[in-house]
Ligand binder design. Sequence first.
Ligand code: ZN
Length: 109
Amino acid sequence: MYCFNCGKNINDRATSCIHCGVRVSPVLPPREGYALRDQGPLDSLLSLTCFMQPTLGIIFYLIWKNNSPTRAKAAMKWAVIGISVQFALIAIGMLFATSFMSSAYIAYP
Ligand SMILES: [Zn+2]
């Protein structure tokens, strides 16, 4: 069989890859191994990272979209929420800035 991590040919009964050392299961084919790993939801720290840095969330989405669709969707969801909040904050900031500028303009024509 082939190692799902490095792709090199390894012994069918091997429990770990002799090339890269990653644990491999001789029972599960590589794709199913990935599907099982995909079950875990996005942990809170990663959700927060995607929320604070939507660009990273999109990068995570691109990395995970093939192998971990559940995580990829969660990363994208948090990235979208993060972008929405950032845009909202920028909009509020601009509203304040324009009201300040117009009041300054009235005070000092
Ligand atoms: Zn390997």
